[in-house]
Design a protein around this ligand. Structure first.
Ligand code: PFF
Length: 453
């Protein structure tokens, strides 16, 4: 194990919460959550999602935090330190690998967001008649989406090169408040739209007839992705926490902020979607890139300037959310390269940015010239997403719980979660019960459903 650079720490509690919340709040909240709500019965899905966050998300996040903070090392080294010579290390390897894979395709979607932002501001977005064709023409272009993805990667790189304090912490403290402010403005604007009542009713009236086993499992999968669990990111961030960071409280704060942003994104999107006729809330992943521009176009037909402002703010929100998440994915891999290979941060982050971008090019082209190239029937984009979110992520969550619940010494876990007994944690036994039994069974069910369902 080589480590040559001095390790940085986060310097404030606010920095810790905003950086970890920045990792969690991402495209998953603004793009994927409303889509899932639309597909799975509105408020009933939200209720089940909340139960998953509390019962599964919080305990897994606490486990990642304690592993990272106890070892003060990148994810792979963390597992090696806690279980020397044991196969648990594979979980660390899988975490870093999956962060790398996700970053490659996350960058592509973030590049689309950047393009839509630029088009909104230039007034080029709200002129189309057919947004499905608009989106297909753009995403299948061999050059433009790659250029935007590369710009997005450069932005992420620019933050990561600066390190933990002057990069991640500083920019999270700027970007997260901006993001929350924009969400607040957009919720108010969206509530003012003509069909807002119908959208709100859709979000708030639970339709339990739509709840099936697969809806419950989708809610759990969404909670995992949205909370950035099992990918080494939170474990890496926790390795920069100081000994007085309160892990349990931080996990609750991060989960609350993440869920709050996801629900507010629903409050932005559905009132807007229901304010124009003949647009469905269950449009699938096209919701943000096809349905919404259409909604903005129709709703602000008479006052285009307002349309540009609304859509510009919406895509800026999405971009900020994506950037803070991409930073954590990048750092998870970069920390490993720095510490295990003894490579300085500047060079390590350049290596990660370039290699991820190379994979990103494949992902981007899989919407166009490489759409016929498939592996197991999936394009590169589909394959990376499938491996990351359907296989490695649930398996990783399972392993983390088994590790914290069964392998680690219970005293070590208690001491870490209570800062050596100085911070009370009355629900410790409940936590142990959840990570030992409930979460592993729940994750095993997702896994089986994803693979064979
Ligand atoms: N949580 C992020 C989102 O909701 O978009 C995505 C993500 C970031 C997943 C970091 C995993 C991760 F490690």
């Amino acid at each position: 194990m080589k480590v040559t650079e001095k390790r940085d720490n986060f310097t404030s509690k606010l920095g810790v919460v905003l950086a970890a919340a920045g990792s969690a709040v991402g495209l998953g909240n603004v793009w994927r959550f409303p889509t899932e709500v639309g597909n799975n019965g509105g408020a009933a899905f939200i209720l089940i999602y909340l139960l998953c966050v509390i019962g599964v998300g919080v305990p897994v996040m606490m486990s990642e935090f304690l592993i990272g903070r106890h070892t003060h090392a990148n994810t792979i080294t963390a597992f090696s330190k806690l279980a020397p010579g044991k196969w648990w290390r594979i979980e660390g390897v899988a975490g870093v690998f999956v962060a790398f894979l996700i970053l490659s395709y996350y960058t592509v979607i973030s590049g689309w967001t950047l393009y839509y932002l630029v088009q909104s501001l230039r007034g080029g977005l709200l002129v189309s008649q057919d947004y499905s064709a608009y989106f297909t023409a753009f995403s299948s272009d061999p050059y433009i989406p790659i250029i935007y993805a590369a710009v997005f990667m450069l932005m992420t790189h620019w933050v990561i090169v600066r390190g933990v304090q002057s990069g991640i912490e500083r920019f999270s403290k700027i970007m997260m408040p901006m993001l929350l402010l924009i969400i607040g403005i957009l919720v108010v604007c969206s509530f003012g739209m003509p069909g807002a009542g119908t959208g709100l009713r859709f979000l708030l009236k639970p339709d339990f007839s739509k709840v099936t086993a697969s809806v419950v499992l989708s809610a759990m999968g969404q909670a995992f992705f949205s909370l950035s669990l099992a990918m080494g990111c939170l474990c890496t961030y926790a390795s920069y926490f100081t000994s007085d960071t309160k892990l349990v409280k931080t996990a609750f704060s991060v989960c609350s902020i993440d869920t709050f942003v996801a629900v507010l994104s629903g409050f932005i999107i559905f009132p807007a979607v229901f304010s124009v006729p003949n647009v469905n809330p269950d449009e699938g992943p096209g919701l943000v890139f096809v349905t919404l521009p259409n909604v903005f176009n129709i709703a602000f037909h008479n006052v285009p300037v307002l349309g540009y402002a609304f859509s510009g703010m919406f895509y800026l929100l999405l971009l900020l959310a994506a950037l803070t998440s991409a930073m954590s994915l990048h750092e998870s891999v970069t920390a490993y390269v720095i510490e295990s290979m003894g490579i300085p941060r500047k060079k390590a982050s350049a290596m990660v940015s370039c290699s991820c971008m190379a994979l990103g090019v494949l992902c981007s082209l899989s919407f166009g010239v490489l759409s016929d190239v498939t592996v197991f029937g999936l394009t590169f984009f589909g394959l990376f997403d499938f491996c990351a979110s359907k296989i490695i992520m649930p398996a990783g969550g399972l392993v983390i719980c088994l590790f914290a619940g069964w392998y680690l010494d219970r005293k070590l876990v208690y001491n870490e979660l209570t800062n050596g007994g100085t911070v009370p944690f009355r629900l410790f036994r409940l936590y142990v019960f959840l990570v030992r039994y409930v979460v592993p069974v729940a994750i095993a069910l997702i896994f089986i459903n994803e693979l064979f369902g």
